[in-house]
Design a protein around this ligand. Structure first.
Ligand SMILES: *Cc1c(COP(=O)(O)O)cnc(C)c1O
Length: 432
């Protein structure tokens, strides 16, 4: 029987490149037909064939209070009747700036945009305008959206003059992007010694969620902060994913490090398109109309999107919210580790707040090369077995996973039970 998923995917591929509006959704990494969804509620999703799933993608992070949370939906409905957009200021944007500044005091001034990509792109422009410098540093395997200068492949060696990662990015544009391996203090020190005074900024995922999950070595973040201060380099924490997910105050609160600028997205839109960038007032006041750094957006600060975000931020400030989320995520990780051990599969897993990483390797990785060394074939077997059992994980061995406040003990137990079967399949596939 041909499923509705297959029919929709077939038709979509004729009109939409690869059948999808964002590449990872196409299941290219794991193979098979992507799942087309029609409904979500709490921790659950239903696809167009009516199959139910426990969702560990949560729209890649935004759905931290679960899908279709009644309070978020009601707030969106109530504000929508007053028009969907003005292209002029509203009090809601001020409320959002206040909420962000309250939760992340390092963001002395904030500007709202409509995606994480816009936030990082604009933050780098602000840093360049502020310092008058062109070059910036990013780390291998960190994703900061799809702006040209940020799509730069990591290379080995002390200092890699950027090679564009994507066709369509001119070499000249990528040439100002330097890359280094994540968590490598010695290479960081060497690069700053050589070129620190030429860097406008360093942009980093303070916990990496875009090459599976990679935790920062605390000394690495501390050294980075010190070097940026010493050389007058703007330190940008890209907290589009980690913001309000690893801790109420983001990774900067979790690790006690104050960046000069921060970029946000995902959770602050509660599932609608919102991004934000902000930081030290002296940097942000360089933006137009005050300063010479141009930045704008027709739908920036959109009232409906900001309302979904504000309600989500209100819900996650409930006492104990993040402790509970972190505990539930750790319960999942512990359950999966125990299941793998029982079956005898080489596997490791870890979590930070409401994010987790699963690895078919003996140890949790510390950098891109170690992530790449994990057993991808084993992941793909595991992924498809889990999907058959109604467990929806990111369709690639290089994506982090996300738990929401709606995930119950029963969800975790069902996931671990499915994983035991999936691990057994990994083992039998290997032996075959
Ligand atoms: C998702 C993500 C982005 C890009 O955000 P979009 O809204 O997809 O443009 C940037 N940085 C990080 C760390 C992300 O996880």
């Amino acid at each position: 029987m041909t499923s509705q998923n297959q029919i929709l995917f077939e038709k979509s591929q004729r009109l939409i490149p690869g059948g999808v509006n964002s590449p990872v959704r196409a299941f290219r990494s794991v193979g098979g037909t992507p799942v087309f969804f029609k409904k979500g509620l709490g921790s659950k999703l239903w696809d167009v064939d009516g199959k139910e799933y426990i969702d560990y993608i949560n729209s890649w992070g935004p759905m931290i209070v679960g899908h279709a949370h009644p309070e978020v939906i009601a707030a969106v409905q109530a504000v929508a009747v007053n028009s969907l957009s003005f292209g002029a200021p509203t009090g809601l944007e001020l409320e959002m700036a206040e909420a962000i500044n309250h939760l992340m005091p390092s963001m002395e001034q904030v500007r709202l945009v409509s995606s994480g990509t816009e936030a990082t792109m604009s933050a780098i422009r602000a840093a360049r305008g502020f310092t008058g410098r062109s070059q910036f540093l990013k780390f291998e395997g960190c994703y900061h959206g799809h702006a040209d200068a940020l799509l730069v492949k990591a290379g080995s060696g002390l200092l890699t003059f950027g090679e564009p990662d994507s066709a369509g990015v001119p070499t000249e544009v990528a040439a100002n992007t330097l890359t280094l391996p994540y968590n490598d203090v010695a290479q960081l020190e060497a690069l700053f010694k050589q070129s620190g005074d030429a860097l406008a900024c360093v942009i980093i995922e303070p916990v990496v969620g875009n090459m599976n999950l990679v935790k920062p070595n605390p000394l690495f973040l501390k050294t980075l902060r010190e070097l940026c201060t010493k050389h007058g380099v703007v330190l940008i924490f890209d907290e589009v994913m980690t913001g309000f997910r690893v801790h109420l105050g983001g990774a900067q609160a979790l690790y006690g490090i104050k960046p000069d600028m921060t970029t946000l997205g995902k959770v602050i839109g509660g599932g609608l398109p919102v991004g934000a960038f902000g930081g030290r007032k002296e940097i942000m006041s360089g933006l137009a109309p005050l300063g010479k750094v141009y930045q704008a957006g027709t739908l920036s600060g959109n009232p409906v999107a900001v309302t979904a975000g504000l309600k989500t931020l209100a819900l996650i400030q409930a006492p104990g919210f993040h402790e509970q989320l972190a505990a539930q995520t750790q319960k999942l990780v512990d359950g999966l580790m125990a299941a793998a051990k029982k079956v005898g599969v080489t596997f490791s897993a870890q979590s930070v707040g409401g994010m987790f990483g699963l690895y078919f390797s003996a140890e949790c990785p510390n950098c891109f090369d170690e992530v790449m060394a994990s057993d991808r074939a084993a992941f793909n077997t595991f992924f498809h077995s889990m999907l058959d059992s109604g467990i929806y994980l990111g369709p690639s061995a290089f994506e982090a996973g996300f738990v929401s406040a709606a995930h119950t003990d029963a969800d975790i137990a069902a996931t671990v039970a499915a994983a035991e079967k999936a691990f057994a399949k990994v083992l039998s596939t290997k032996q075959a």
